[in-house]
Every structure is written in C-alpha cells, then in structure tokens.
Design a protein around this ligand. Structure first.
Ligand code: FMN
Length: 368
C-alpha cells in the first residue's frame, strides 16, 4: 500500500486577495487534486486570520462536490467551540449525504484566541478548556445523528431530538427529515497541535483519526505517544497508517529549480511575512532548531527551506520523507500544505503531480 496523499488548504492567500479569488483558487485546487489522484483535500476554518481566510470550509466543499469524482473532502477543522452543535451536526449530515460518502469530519479546539474571542470565548488560548467544549459538542452531535429522542442541558449548549409523531395515513406533516450523515456517522479526525495535546488524548480515547502539523520530531513523538496510550487504554488499535501529518513539500525536476520556485514564489512570500513569525510565536521553530542542532541566529527563510521543508527533485524529496519516517515512526497520509499559486498554478500543480506519481509510491510506510 502506498502512502496516501492529501492537500490541506489553509489557504495562505496573500492578504490582498478578494473572497472570490480565494474561493475560486480553493475550488480549482480541489478539481486538479482530484484529477491528479490525491486521496483527500481538507479546508481549514478561521474567523480571524488575514492569511487564513476561509471562515466556512463547507461552502468550498459543496462547490467542489459537483466537479470532482473520487477525492474525499474534510473540513480541517470545524472548530467546535465556535459552533452551535445541533446546527453543525445537521449541516455535516446533509453535506456528507450530498458527497455520498466522500466526506470525513475534522474537528478541533481552535488555534487562535482572536477567533475564540469573536465567538464569545475569552480564554481561547486554554486548550484544556476549549477541549472540554469539543467533548460536549461532539456528544451532542452524535446524539443528534442517532435520531433518537433526547433533550440535553449541558454546560455550554442545550440541544435535543424530538419524537416523531404519527399522523393519519398520507399525512406527512410530522415526519422528520433524515439529516444524519451518510452511512450513519462520519469518520472523525481530530487535530492536535500543542505539546501535551489534550486533542490527541481525546482522539485516542475515542479511536478517532489523529492529525498533526509537522512541528519537529519531539512534538510528533509526543503526539503519537499520547494518542497511542489513550487508544490502547480504551480498546482501540493505534494504527499509524491512519495518522495524517502536514508538511511543506515542493517538487520540481531539479533540486535547484525546486528551491528557486519555493524561495522566490508564494511559499517564500508567505513564510517571510506570516508563518515564520507564527512558528516563533507557537514554539514550532524551537523544535526544528533542536532537530537540526542549529543556532537561533541561523534561522532565516533559506534555513527553513533547507532544514524543515521537503523541497527538491523527486529523489531528494523521497529521501527527505523517508528520513523523517525513520526518525518519527511515520504516518499514513502526507498532507501537503497548500499555498497561493493562483497567479501561476503550473509549478504548483506540476509539483503535486510529481508527488503523486514519483514520490508517494516510494515512501516506506510504517509497519505498525
Ligand atoms: N485551528 C483552527 O483554528 N482552524 C483550523 O482549521 C485548524 N486546522 C488544523 C489542522 C491541522 C492538521 C492541525 C494539526 C491543527 C489545526 N488547527 C486549526 C489547530 C487546532 O485546532 C488546535 O491547535 C488544536 O486542536 C489545539 O489542541 P491541542 O492543544 O489539544 O493540541
């Protein structure tokens, strides 16, 4: 079995892009990734970030549903503390029915306190607290998907499901719509980020699919430890082939060409202005510095391209990913971090095609 390929679209658009440009680029990528043969495409949800300007991933997923055939879609993630769980459960159920199974549900606690603040949560940086909201929200959603009568008054939300009343023969006025997900319940994936990640603990307890952003080897090892310990304690198999990890990957014919296209193109532009400062702020850069045995003073865009990303010819990228897999234990789906190549998509789509055809088949997958 080959490593699965996924695209994760945050979407790191240049701030001057309009909503329409962002939307079109997201749909265009879904269509192209489907043609190339990618297994999945995920769209994140952010209410606060200029560079991560998709507030409603479900709108993009719905727009792309009719123009694609095989690729699976996921919001990655719906930030559960920011939603009314009943409303979200019904929307997810309907969208997964529209996609006839090509859908899975990503849930998260949220990365940015500003987005939590917009939704009335003052302590959004406390992921222990927001994870308690995630647990209650998902409990409610699962109850609604079962379509059995209940009324629940919770710590954060109230919700219920009514009893279906029966009228006379031919009288449909009391019949309830079936808005439960395709197949009864969606596959659920949980995003984990912080070092001691309560989200990974939750994913393990419930046997959900774990997802991490690559933040250095220690963070990845800790996420897998937390996840697998919780999974095994709760009778679930911790299977690395279900694990998704996102990473910046770019392939061109030669190492020099790939590096030039990254440094001078949209990836470099975004990292210099947005992501390198974020990596410092969230502590990710310290993990990368430790892995490389480097000095803080050495860190600039070129250092990140050479030491953190997987950039180069297909052979170089295969080698870099296999080295990461050996050091970390590996994962089943590589989620490529998408960037704003909307002005000139050719190098980006060419890279995705080479990843699909020349890189993924040569990655040695974890055995356990
Ligand atoms: N946070 C968001 O606010 N919106 C997102 O769309 C989003 N997508 C994510 C995708 C992945 C693959 C990962 C690993 C994280 C994502 N996050 C997103 C961040 C997580 O929601 C958040 O950092 C995490 O759930 C915090 O929990 P933890 O401290 O338990 O790890």
């Amino acid at each position: 079995m080959a490593m699965e390929t996924g695209l994760i679209v945050h979407p790191y658009m240049r701030p001057e892009r309009t909503a329409r440009q962002t939307f079109d680029w997201c749909v265009q990528q879904a269509v192209e990734a489907d043609k190339i043969g990618f297994d999945s495409i995920m769209f994140s949800e952010h209410a606060s970030q200029r560079w991560e300007n998709i507030p409603n991933p479900e709108l993009i997923i719905a727009a792309a549903a009719r123009q694609t055939e095989r690729i699976k879609f996921a919001p990655m993630a719906h930030i559960l503390p920011h939603h009314n769980p009943a409303k979200l459960a019904i929307m997810v159920g309907w969208l997964s029915q529209i996609l006839e199974g090509r859908y899975f549900l990503g849930v998260g606690a949220g990365a940015y306190p500003d987005a939590s603040y917009i939704h009335g949560i003052k302590n959004g940086e406390d992921t222990q607290f927001t994870n308690e909201m995630v647990r209650e929200s998902l409990d409610i959603m699962e109850k609604i998907w079962k379509r059995e009568p209940f009324f629940y008054e919770g710590r954060f939300w109230n919700a219920g499901y009514p009893e279906e009343k029966h009228g006379d023969e031919g009288d449909d006025q009391h019949k309830l719509a079936d808005l439960s997900p395709w197949g009864g319940a969606p596959e659920i994936a949980v995003t984990g980020f912080s070092a001691k990640s309560p989200s990974m603990q939750f994913a393990g307890e419930r046997g959900f699919r774990p997802m991490s952003i690559f933040s250095g080897l220690d963070a990845l090892k800790m996420h897998w430890d937390i996840y697998s310990t919780a999974a095994e304690a709760n009778g679930h198999v911790a299977d690395r082939s279900r694990y998704h990890v996102s990473q910046t990957v770019f392939v061109a014919d030669t190492d020099a060409e790939a590096k030039r296209l990254v440094m001078e193109g949209p990836i470099g532009y975004c990292f210099e202005r947005y992501l390198i400062p974020i990596w410092w702020r969230f502590g990710m850069m310290d993990g990368f510095i430790k892995d490389a045995g480097a000095d803080r003073a050495d860190v600039d865009l070129e250092w990140v391209v050479d030491n953190v990303f997987c950039v180069g010819s297909p052979d170089t990228v295969v080698e870099k990913i296999n080295t990461l897999f050996e050091a970390s234990g590996g994962w089943g789906t590589l989620q490529i971090e998408s960037h704003d190549y909307s002005d000139d998509p050719a190098p980006w789509f060419n890279s995705l095609a080479m990843i699909q055809e020349e890189v993924a088949p040569k990655i040695s997958l974890p055995t356990a």
